[in-house]
Design a protein around this ligand. Structure first.
Ligand code: GCV
Length: 630
């Protein structure tokens, strides 16, 4: 197996004694042959006293005793044992006991029927080709193992922007192949989700309307759910993006979101299905001259008044921030605000705005910041998990590239997502170090520099990107590289409004009042210039270029400094990586070295464009006299 294909669960050392190792009878029969030349005996049992999907692993003279609260728990226990062995722990000393923080740990694939992936940077779809799903079942089996090894238990198999090819998953014809995919994932404890189009009653049912109040529309959804569950009884549910970015939805028929969601939820209910309903709703046809409408307010304004109106099997899926997976933005005020509505927290592992798997970017560091952020004076966002937030979802970064993730090191993000969704108390450092061990081994001279590179990567990227939480300075549509005014005069509601004196949107009570959507403690934190976290200053405030930061620097000088430092950070990554030549597999070395060269080009472009842009706006030179293009 080539290194590119190797991911933590598929490395060469993890050999099986006979047949398939995981998810089959073999592993429960009690003989496990794995891990290099060494053999370990393991016994497996289901212990109903353990939490569902929880497990314990105990080493002893007789081998490993692995217990799970259910079959998935057993699997997770087996993977945890393997991870521990691979990290160098002595089998007799292993003692692990864990349970998931949330019941639903979900990956969304934005995969299209033609095999393309929206915001995909790892080749084509693993699921789809030429309108057919499940064209490479053996590869999907490896994928299932990979996902199960980090505790993921639900996946959606098609893009939330549903087109006709994938809408047809609801038909007998579409279901034929989906059934085979479900069979591949089922033994790994992974259930499928179908993204459905709100206009399916028209597209597939021959109706004249998709109006959720029309009884024929309800009949369509009831029949569709019955058909799907007839073939895949353990389907997790449907996922819907409605009234968003040109997708239709209940608004088109004069209804609020609950009315649209509940008609589909009622169809799923008899089958035990969940409806995931996305909250990414905003006016994507805004006039840039309109300074009153403020896009970050949209999701809360739409959904907060509807709290309690959604059926019990509806989960509202909320992006972590009010903008769109930006390098820096505050947490969505909707998270935790709904007291009578179920909520899921949505992350993006795909690096749409964070370097597109060319640039190194460890999401785990940002996710940790998000989880650490306050919900109110007493609780952090992490404290909401398992309570107000009962599912954790992420947009996948995988594709059919040999190494799954485009950038070998981007595997760390997929790994971290699964581990943190299962146990959000883990630190970014812990999950990153774990991935490095499982992928490159434990030798300190290799492990320490690679882990450090990953852990530094989020801040290095942020330094050369849009400064101080301003967001959206990316090239339009494809979202790689800088274009400070790219979105400025567009319809997407993403404005920084830089002029010669100041930059940023005042979102306090003196401005758009976006801050009022937060709990009072957090609202005050962001409104006050003294307490607003520096890296989010321009998300909440409009400030002059000579605004003094806490360390005495002017804002413009900080922007210059960070942009030079960002490029230096990438140069440093290259130096570190070059020191690993000959110590890690050549294939991995060369691949990452090539990606770092691309990243350096990107970082320089960001540095020069951003610095020149601001210099040309404000005319204040860099105190250190470095090159800024006039
Ligand atoms: C699937 C952003 C992306 C879109 C994506 C959308 C969403 O706008 O650019 O590609 O569409 O988010 O989350 O629905």
């Amino acid at each position: 197996m080539r290194f590119g294909y190797k991911a933590w669960m598929l490395s060469e050392e993890l050999k099986v004694e006979s047949g398939e190792f995981f998810a089959e009878e073999e592993f429960r029969r009690g003989i496990v042959g794995f891990f290099g030349e060494e053999k370990f005996k393991a016994s497996f049992d289901i212990d109903e006293n353990l939490p569902l999907e929880g497990f314990s692993v105990a080493g002893g003279a007789d081998g490993l005793k692995i217990s799970g609260g259910c079959e998935s728990g057993l699997l997770y226990g087996a993977y945890a044992a393997l991870f521990a062995l691979k990290r160098g722990e002595a089998a007799e000393k292993i003692s692990i006991s864990q349970k998931p923080a949330v019941e639903k740990r979900i990956l969304n694939h934005w995969d299209n029927g033609d095999g393309s992936v929206e915001r995909g940077y790892s080749g084509g779809s693993l699921f789809w080709r030429d309108g057919k799903i499940g064209y490479d079942l053996p590869r999907l089996r490896d994928y299932a193992r990979l996902l199960a090894s980090v505790g993921i238990n639900e996946i959606s198999v098609n893009n939330v922007n549903v087109r006709l090819q994938t809408a047809k998953l609801l038909t007998d014809e579409g279901l034929k192949d989906l059934v085979k995919v479900a069979e591949v994932f089922r033994p790994f404890g992974i259930r499928l989700i179908i993204s459905v189009h709100f206009d399916s009653p028209v597209w597939l049912g021959g109706l004249k309307t998709s109006d959720p109040a029309d009884p024929k529309v309800a009949d369509f959804w009831n029949a569709a759910a019955a058909r799907v569950y007839g073939k895949i009884p353990d389907l997790a549910g449907f996922l819907v993006k409605a009234d968003s970015e040109f997708q239709s939805g209940p608004n088109a028929f004069g209804h609020t979101q609950d009315v649209g969601a509940n008609v589909i939820a009622k169809a799923l209910k008899p089958h035990g299905g969940t409806l995931y309903w996305r909250c990414f709703i905003y006016n994507c046809l805004q006039d840039w001259r309109d300074t009153v409408t403020d896009r970050p307010k949209a999701a809360y304004d739409t959904f907060f008044p509807l709290d309690g109106k959604f059926d019990q099997n509806v989960i509202l899926q909320v992006k972590h921030g009010p903008s769109d997976f930006q390098v820096r933005e505050p947490n969505s005020p909707l998270l935790g605000a709904l007291k009578n509505t179920r909520e899921a927290l949505e992350f993006q592992i795909a690096q749409e705005y964070t370097g597109q798997q060319k640039d190194l970017y460890a999401w785990a560091v940002q996710w940790e910041e998000i989880l650490d952020a306050p919900f109110n004076e007493e609780r952090t966002t992490r404290d909401l998990i398992g309570k107000e937030i009962e599912a954790i979802v992420a947009v996948s970064n995988t594709g059919d590239d040999e190494n799954w993730c485009g950038h070998l090191m981007a595997q760390a993000n997929l790994f971290a997502f699964g581990r943190l969704a299962y146990n959000p108390a883990l630190t970014a450092k812990a999950v990153t170090e774990e991935w490095v061990s499982l992928t490159f081994g434990n030798a300190a001279e290799i492990h320490a520099p690679i882990a450090k590179m990953l852990l530094d990567s989020r801040h290095v990227y942020e330094k050369y990107n849009a400064p101080l939480g301003i967001c959206w300075m990316v090239c339009i549509h494809h979202h790689y590289g800088p274009s400070p005014d790219g979105y400025e005069y567009m319809k997407w509601g993403t404005y920084h409004r830089a002029d010669t004196k100041a930059i940023g949107v005042d979102r306090t009570r003196n401005g758009t009042s976006y801050t009022a959507q937060y709990q009072p403690f957090v609202r005050d934190l962001y409104e006050n210039l003294q307490t607003c976290p520096q890296e989010m200053l321009l998300y909440f405030h409009r400030l002059p270029y000579d605004f003094k930061l806490k360390d005495g620097r002017t804002m413009i000088q900080y922007i210059y400094d960070t942009h030079f430092e960002g490029v230096e950070g990438v140069e440093n990554f290259i130096t570190v990586w070059e020191s690993l030549k000959g110590k890690i597999p050549d294939e991995a070395y060369t691949h990452v070295r090539e990606r770092l060269a691309m990243q350096l080009e990107n970082a320089k472009e960001w540095r020069d464009v951003i610095n020149s842009y601001f210099y040309r706006k404000c005319g204040i030179p860099d105190e250190k006299g470095r090159t800024v293009y006039v």
